[in-house]
Design a protein around this ligand. Structure first.
Ligand code: GLU
Length: 291
C-alpha cells in the first residue's frame, strides 16, 4: 500500500502570495498528518507569462516557509510531448475539434442570439459559453483551413465526450464548493461548453496538463483553492475519457484581501517576498492564513 500523494502546483507567472502560502502549508500539513508525500509541480505551459525568475521565487518562498518537497520537480514546459500524445488520442477519437472562430465572431453570434430574446448560457465563471457551431465542420474543411495556416484552438466536444461515459460523473470532495457542496459531488462539465484543451501553437491547456500530470505523478489528493471547484467537473471528464484515476479533491477557502476580494499576483501587498521584506516571519504567515 502506498500512502497518499499531495501536490502543490503553482504557476510561475508572478510572486506567490498569502493564498499560495495557505495552499502549500495545508498540503504539507495534510501530507505530514497522513504519512503522505508532497510534490511540487511547476505549471508553466504559458511560456509567454511564466519566467525562470518567478520559478526561482517559488523555490525561495517555499523554502523560507520551511516546506520540503520531493525532487526532481516536474516542470510542465519540459513535457509538452506527453500532452501532445494525449491530445492526439482525443482528436483521433473525435472528442476534440479545431475551432477557428475568433473571439469577435463568437461575440457576434452571441449578440445575434440575444437580440432575438434567446438567453445565452453562461459558464460557472459567468462568461458566455463559446458557440459550438464548428463541432460538425467536415474533415476536409478542417484540413484545408489548418493547412492554410488559420489560427485555431482545439476544443473538447463536450457532448460527444459525455456520450462516451457510462457511469454518472462526480468526485469526492473533502472540502467544500461555494454553496457548501461536499461529499460526493456530481460533475456537470457541460456547464463550461466546449472548452479549449489545446491551441495551434501549444499542444495543451491548464485542464489537460493537470489531469495528465496528476495521474502520471500518482497524485491521490488534490488540495487547492475553491476558485478551481467548478473546473474539477471538466478535469473529471478528461480523466474518464483518458482512463485516468480520480483523485480525492479538497477545495479550501480563499484568502481574501482587506477589501474582501480574492488575492491576485498583480497585487504586491500580500506577496510573500514583500511580507518577508517587511520583517514578517514564516510563523506570522502561518498565523495570518489561520494555520
Ligand atoms: N497552476 C494552478 C494555479 O496556479 C493551480 C492548479 C491546480 O492546483 O490544479 O492556479
Amino acid at each position: 500500500m502506498t500512502g497518499p500523494v499531495f501536490r502543490f502546483a503553482p504557476s510561475p507567472n508572478g510572486e506567490l502570495h498569502l493564498g499560495h502560502a495557505y495552499s502549500a502549508l495545508l498540503n504539507a500539513r495534510l501530507a505530514g498528518e497522513t504519512d503522505g508525500r508532497l510534490l511540487l509541480r511547476i505549471e508553466d505551459i504559458d511560456t509567454t507569462r511564466c519566467t525562470p525568475e518567478f520559478e526561482q521565487g517559488i523555490y525561495r518562498d517555499l523554502d523560507w516557509l520551511g516546506l520540503e518537497w520531493e525532487r526532481p520537480v516536474r516542470r510542465q514546459s519540459d513535457h509538452f510531448d506527453d500532452y501532445a500524445e494525449v491530445l492526439e488520442r482525443l482528436v483521433d477519437e473525435d472528442l476534440a475539434y479545431p475551432s477557428f472562430l475568433s473571439r469577435g465572431e463568437a461575440r457576434a453570434i452571441i449578440a445575434e442570439a440575444e437580440a432575438t430574446g434567446q438567453e445565452w448560457p453562461r459558464d460557472p465563471d459567468g462568461t458566455p459559453v463559446f458557440p459550438n457551431v464548428e463541432r460538425h465542420l467536415s474533415a476536409s474543411e478542417r484540413r484545408e483551413r489548418i493547412d492554410a495556416g488559420e489560427p485555431f484552438a482545439w476544443r473538447l466536444d463536450t457532448q460527444a465526450a459525455l456520450a462516451r461515459i457510462s457511469s454518472p460523473l462526480g468526485w469526492r470532495e473533502d472540502g467544500a464548493g461555494p454553496d457548501g457542496e461536499t461529499g460526493v459531488v456530481p460533475a456537470r462539465p457541460e456547464l463550461w461548453g466546449d472548452v479549449v484543451i489545446a491551441r495551434k501553437e501549444m499542444p495543451t491547456s491548464y485542464h489537460l496538463s493537470v489531469v495528465v500530470d496528476d495521474a502520471l505523478q500518482g497524485v491521490t489528493h488534490v488540495v487547492r483553492g475553491r476558485d478551481l471547484f467548478f473546473a474539477t467537473a471538466l478535469q473529471r471528464l478528461l480523466q474518464e475519457l483518458l482512463g485516468l484515476p480520480a483523485p480525492i479533491y479538497l477545495h479550501h477557502d480563499l484568502v481574501l484581501g482587506d477589501d474582501g476580494r480574492k488575492l491576485s499576483k498583480s497585487r504586491g501587498d500580500t506577496a510573500l517576498v514583500s511580507l518577508r521584506a517587511a520583517g514578517l516571519t514564516p510563523r506570522d504567515i502561518a498565523r495570518m492564513v489561520g494555520l
